[in-house]
Design a protein around this ligand. Structure first.
Ligand SMILES: [Zn+2]
Length: 343
């Protein structure tokens, strides 16, 4: 009897220690190098993909990936490019031998969805918002073929669209882990959705929130994006796993939102003062943005130009993301398979 009790106390002590360790990790997000994998919560792993908006020698390694180990299977957030999907699958196999059952496309861009084909071959079903699904279908093999000109891994694979589309919310919960997929509106694209892990207070945002000068706004609705970030802020969140850039704390949502709020205000003022787009861009200001990202906001003219077009009524947001519209093929748009502003 005594030995059973002391064993129980031992187990409790170990559990306590583990909980203390996780609490400590909550407070300090891991400092990771490119391609590192870190267990950011129990059974939840994050892979940090290489990217830089300021150093062209850093290769673009697609999007970040998070995966969640359930009792019987694994759920992966974001499909990445086909080549990186293979790399992520290899990384997942080092953390668990459970089968990969679902992959979630946060949106339709190539660096988040073109790996679908690889995950499907590994046995996974693809989950995504209906607009993400619609855009992948609509842009279809034509846009795939264009992206394939720049990337061998795309040329060697085929487009795979969404298997399980959802409207507002889709939940996977087996009692041990819970992942909620939420659609909060048009943000970076018309089809962004986020993955929220309430038990771990973790939010995986895709490109609806990034940590650095990585915002491609060509398919965005900046006014709606600000509201989408408000919805994210309402969630009980301690840690953000962004689509690009390092894992960090919830205040990233404020920084991301401030970029759009300040830029919209500056552009609006410039338009009222009858300034040209070049003048508005040059005077955009926002020194705090440079402190955060290492890049001056005036050096990302495409984003200022997008907001200028929005505020002068030149954008039909319902058409954004479609390969058959003139604005679809921005220099960093998914047609090139790359989705990074300022590179
Ligand atoms: Zn994107």
């Amino acid at each position: 009897m005594k030995s059973v009790i002391s064993k129980a106390i031992g187990v409790a002590a170990v559990a306590c220690c583990l909980m203390a360790a996780w609490a400590a990790r909550d407070a300090a997000v891991p400092d990771m190098k490119f391609n590192d994998v870190s267990e950011i919560a129990p059974g939840v792993f994050f892979r940090y993909s290489s990217i830089s908006a300021t150093d062209p020698s850093v290769p673009f390694g697609g999007c970040n990936n998070t995966w969640v180990v359930f009792k019987e299977f694994v759920v992966v957030i974001d499909a990445n490019f086909p080549k990186e999907a293979e790399d992520v699958i290899a990384a997942i196999k080092k953390t668990t031998d459970k089968p990969i059952r679902y992959v979630f496309d946060t949106h339709h861009h190539g660096d988040h969805a073109y790996g679908n084909t690889v995950w499907a071959k590994a046995g996974a079903k693809v989950i995504g918002h209906v607009n993400c699904s619609r855009l992948l279908e609509m842009n279809g093999p034509k846009q795939w073929a264009e992206a394939a000109r720049d990337r061998k891994d795309i040329a060697n694979n085929k487009l795979k669209t969404v298997d399980i589309p959802f409207d507002e919310k889709h939940v996977i919960d087996d009692g041990s882990q819970r992942v909620e997929f939420h659609y909060f509106g048009h943000a970076h694209t018309p089809g962004d959705a986020v993955a929220y892990l309430p038990k771990h207070k973790l939010l995986c945002t895709g490109d609806a929130c990034v940590n650095g000068a990585f915002n491609f706004m060509g398919h965005s609705n900046s006014a709606s994006w600000i509201k989408v970030l408000d919805r994210m802020k309402e969630l009980d969140v301690a840690m953000i796993a962004p689509g690009h850039g390092k894992v960090t704390t919830k205040d990233l949502l404020d920084k991301q939102q401030r970029y759009f709020v300040d830029m919209r205000a500056a552009v609006k003022k410039g338009i009222e003062e009858k300034k040209t787009l070049a003048e508005i861009t040059e005077a955009i200001g926002m020194p705090w943005y440079n402190e955060w990202t290492g890049k001056d906001a005036s050096k990302i003219p495409d984003n200022v130009g997008h907001v200028y077009k929005e505020l002068t009524g030149k954008i039909d947001h319902s058409m954004l993301g479609r390969a058959d519209t003139p604005d679809a093929m921005g220099p960093y748009g998914p047609s090139r398979g790359v989705d990074v502003a300022g590179r």
